[in-house]
Design a protein around this ligand. Structure first.
Ligand code: HEM
Length: 423
C-alpha cells in the first residue's frame, strides 16, 4: 500500500514538474517580431524610446560568430557597448584609416579580363554574411531550433565559423610574433590588429580586460561591418554609373579636371569633388546596404504609437523600404543625383526618411570612415580608367540580383571591360 502511494506521489511530482517545464518552454516558443517601415515608427523606436530599444537580440548564429556577444555590433547596450567603449577604440580606428586608404590605393578591385576578382577570404566573409542574415527557424521559434540540424544549417554554420576562427588565430599569431620580434617597430606602420594587440598588452586604461575572444569578435565585426559594406557600396555605385554612362562620363571629366596629372586622388582632393557625394548618397538610398539595419530587442514592455510592445520583442527597421517610400521620395526607384543637391537631408543627422547607418546611439561608428573610403575608391576608379559595358551587353542586362543576408551584396554576374588605363 505504501509503495503504491509513494509511486502515485512520485508520478504526481513528475507530472507537475513536467507541466512547469513545458510552461516555461512555451514562453520561448516564439519571438514576437515587429517591422518598422515608416519614418514615424522609426522615429519612435530610435528617438522616443531609443534607450529601451538599443540592445541587440542574441541568437544561436550571432552568439556563435561573435564569441558570446564580445563584439561591438551585437553586444547588449551597457558596459560593453556604450560610447565610452566605442571611443576607447579611437586609436584603433585612426590606425585603420591609414591602412585602409593605403590598401584601396594599392589594390586592384577588378582583374584585367574585367571579371570581379574576389579572394577566398572575401568569399568566406560573404558566406558568413549570408549565414547571419539567412533564415534560421530557431531564431523565431526557439522550440524548433533542432530543425537547423536536419536542414544542414547548423553544420554549415559550424564549418564557416571554424574557418573564420582559424583565419583570425593565424593572423593574431603572425602579428603577435612580428610585434615581439621586430626591433623598433614603427607605430605608424601598425595595422588594425597590431593596435588591438598593443591595447591588450596595456589594457589598464580600457577599464576591462581585452581577451583573445574579444579581439576575434572585434575582427569579425570589422571584417563584416567594414569590408563588406564599403565594397558593396562601391560595386553598386559603379553599376549605377555603368547604367547611366553619361553621368559616368561627366563625373570622370570633373575628377580628371581637378586632379590633372597628379597621378592619384587623395583625401584632400575630395572637397573639390562634392558631386561624388551625390552619387554615393543616391547609391546608398537606392541600394540600402544593410536593408533592415541590425535587429533590436525591446528589454521592457512599452507602448509605441498606441501599440503595446511586450518584453523581448524583436524589432526590425526597414531602412530599405523607407528610403524608397514614394511619400518622401519622388520617383523613388530612379537614380536622380539632383535630389540631394542643396537638400538638407543627409544620413548623418536624424532624418528618419534616410537612416542608412541607423539614427540612434548605436549608429554606425565607421560611417565617416566608410564613406571616405568609398569616395576615395570611386574617385580613383573614375580617374584611372575608362569603363564601359562589353559591346554585346546593354544596360538592362546588368544583373541587379543580391545575395540574401545581413548586408546586400551584388552578385557579380555582369562583365565589363576597362577600356584603357589613363594614368
Ligand atoms: C558604406 C559603409 C558602411 C555602411 C553602409 C554601414 C552601415 C552600418 C549599419 C546600417 C549599421 C547598423 C546600425 C544599427 O542598426 O544598429 C552599422 C553598424 C556598425 N558599423 Fe557600419 N557601415 C559602414 C562602414 C563601416 C566601417 C568602415 C566600420 C568600421 C571601421 C563600421 C563599423 C560598424 C560597427 C562596429 C557597427 C556596430 C555599432 C553598434 O552596434 O554599436 N561600419 N553599420
Amino acid at each position: 500500500m505504501i509503495i503504491v502511494l509513494l509511486s502515485i506521489v512520485t508520478l504526481l511530482v513528475v507530472m507537475v514538474f513536467n507541466f512547469k517545464l513545458r510552461l516555461r518552454r512555451r514562453r520561448k516558443v516564439k519571438i514576437p517580431t515587429i517591422i518598422a517601415s515608416s519614418p514615424e515608427v522609426a522615429f519612435e523606436i530610435m528617438k522616443t524610446h531609443d534607450l529601451a530599444f538599443c540592445s541587440k537580440p542574441t541568437n544561436v548564429v550571432l552568439m556563435k560568430f561573435f564569441y558570446n556577444g564580445l563584439d561591438i555590433s551585437f553586444s547588449k547596450y551597457g558596459e560593453h557597448s556604450n560610447m565610452k567603449r566605442v571611443a576607447s577604440f579611437r586609436s584603433v580606428r585612426e590606425g585603420e584609416v591609414h591602412v585602409f586608404i593605403q590598401s584601396i590605393r594599392c589594390s586592384c578591385m577588378f582583374s584585367d579580363d574585367g571579371q570581379c576578382n574576389r579572394t577566398k577570404l572575401h568569399d568566406l566573409v560573404i558566406e558568413t554574411v549570408e549565414l547571419m542574415g539567412g533564415f534560421s527557424i530557431g531564431d523565431f521559434f526557439p522550440s524548433l531550433g533542432w530543425l537547423s540540424v536536419i536542414t544542414g544549417f547548423k553544420g554549415k554554420l559550424e564549418m564557416n565559423f571554424k574557418r573564420m576562427d582559424e583565419f583570425f588565430e593565424r593572423e593574431i599569431e603572425e602579428h603577435y610574433l612580428s610585434l615581439m620580434t621586430v626591433q623598433g617597430h614603427d607605430d605608424q606602420e601598425d595595422d588594425f590588429l597590431d593596435v588591438l594587440l598593443k591595447l591588450q598588452k596595456d589594457s589598464t586604461n580600457l577599464g576591462f580586460s581585452l581577451t583573445r575572444d574579444h579581439i576575434k569578435a572585434i575582427l569579425m565585426d570589422i571584417s563584416l561591418a567594414r569590408t563588406d559594406t564599403s565594397v558593396a557600396t562601391i560595386e553598386y555605385a559603379m553599376k549605377e554609373l555603368m547604367r547611366y554612362s553619361l553621368i559616368m562620363k561627366k563625373r570622370q571629366d570633373v575628377v580628371r579636371g581637378v586632379i590633372r596629372n597628379k597621378g592619384k586622388v587623395e583625401e584632400c582632393d575630395l572637397q573639390q569633388l562634392q558631386y561624388l557625394k551625390l552619387v554615393i548618397n543616391e547609391t546608398l538610398r537606392l541600394h540600402c546596404i544593410v536593408p533592415l539595419l541590425l535587429p533590436r530587442e525591446r528589454t521592457k514592455e512599452c507602448n509605441v504609437l498606441g501599440y503595446d510592445i511586450s518584453k523581448n520583442t524583436m524589432v526590425l527597421v526597414n531602412a530599405w523600404a523607407i528610403a524608397r517610400d514614394p511619400k518622401f521620395w519622388e520617383n523613388p526607384k530612379v537614380l536622380m543625383l539632383e535630389r540631394f543637391q542643396g537638400s538638407a537631408i543627409n544620413y548623418k543627422d536624424q532624418h528618419f526618411e534616410f537612416i542608412l547607418f541607423c539614427a540612434d546611439r548605436r549608429i554606425c561608428p565607421g560611417m565617416q570612415l566608410g564613406v571616405i573610403a568609398v569616395e576615395i575608391a570611386l574617385a580613383n576608379i573614375l580617374y584611372h580608367f575608362n569603363w564601359e559595358l562589353l559591346i554585346e551587353m546593354c544596360y538592362k542586362e546588368i544583373d541587379m540580383a543580391n545575395t540574401f543576408g545581413l548586408v546586400l551584396i551584388k552578385i557579380c554576374h555582369y562583365s565589363f571591360k576597362q577600356d584603357r588605363q589613363i594614368f
